[in-house]
Design a protein around this ligand. Structure first.
Ligand code: IYR
Length: 221
């Protein structure tokens, strides 16, 4: 096994560590899921850097089992909107249980997804079920959903740092995304990350502001 020295970490005092952690926590806490986007363009370089950040996520056996398709092409965004809305109409009218619809009611979502066409960027996040680091199509990948979930979190955090609004959108089922994006059979679409600026009408439902406090989400032993 070849190896290199562990890279230097910033030499911070305890107080500086707390301040750094608090500052980032506060910026992340300001992230709001956005469902109404403006058509204001966002430079491709921002999206490139966010995907580069996502690509540094830890992953099972360092296989990096992800692929991100960044879409700004209007015709492709329209195709995704039309296919997603078709699935969503069926979901809201037939497939979703009463309980599920009840859980969504405080968010006010519905089958119309104009943001898929209006937002400047759609980032379709794929999980590679196999292929290894070489993407040879044969090696098994490990902890795929966990790995891609972490990468998507880092993608969202970077977009938030860049002053963009985001939405994690999961049309159900999502198989159509593989076809539209021209990705292989062994890749599973996990989510669409929609990125851009909020429109003047964008609003945040009260339900989204109900965050569990630290004492509920953490225990200390
Ligand atoms: N995919 C649907 C429904 C939906 C499901 C959950 I769970 C959400 O948190 C939000 C929406 C839609 O996008 O409308």
């Amino acid at each position: 096994m070849n190896e290199s020295p562990f890279p230097p970490l910033p030499d911070l005092s305890d107080a500086e560590r707390v301040a750094q952690a608090r500052a980032l926590a506060q910026r992340l806490a300001m992230r709001r899921t956005c469902r109404a986007f403006a058509d204001t363009p966002v430079p491709r370089e921002v999206i490139e850097q966010a995907i580069a950040a996502a690509g540094t996520a830890p992953s099972g056996a360092n296989h990096q089992p992800w692929h991100f398709v960044a879409i700004s092409d209007p015709a492709t965004k329209r195709a995704i909107r039309l296919a997603a809305e078709e699935e969503e109409r069926d979901f809201y009218a037939h497939r979703a249980s009463e309980e599920w619809l009840g859980a969504l009611a405080p968010l006010g979502t519905d089958p119309d997804k104009p943001f898929l066409e209006i937002a400047p960027w759609l980032i379709v996040c794929f999980a590679q079920r196999k292929g290894g680091i070489e993407e040879d199509g044969r090696m098994t990948n490990y902890y795929v959903t966990e790995s891609v979930g972490i990468a998507c979190g880092m993608l969202l955090a970077t977009l938030n740092e860049a002053g963009l609004a985001t939405l994690t959108h999961t049309p159900s089922p999502m198989g159509f995304l593989r076809e539209i994006c021209g990705r292989p059979e062994h890749e599973k679409p996990l989510m669409i990350v929609v990125a851009g600026l909020p429109s003047a009408e964008a609003a945040v439902p009260d339900h989204a502001l109900r965050k569990k406090g630290l004492s509920r989400i953490a225990s200390w032993i």
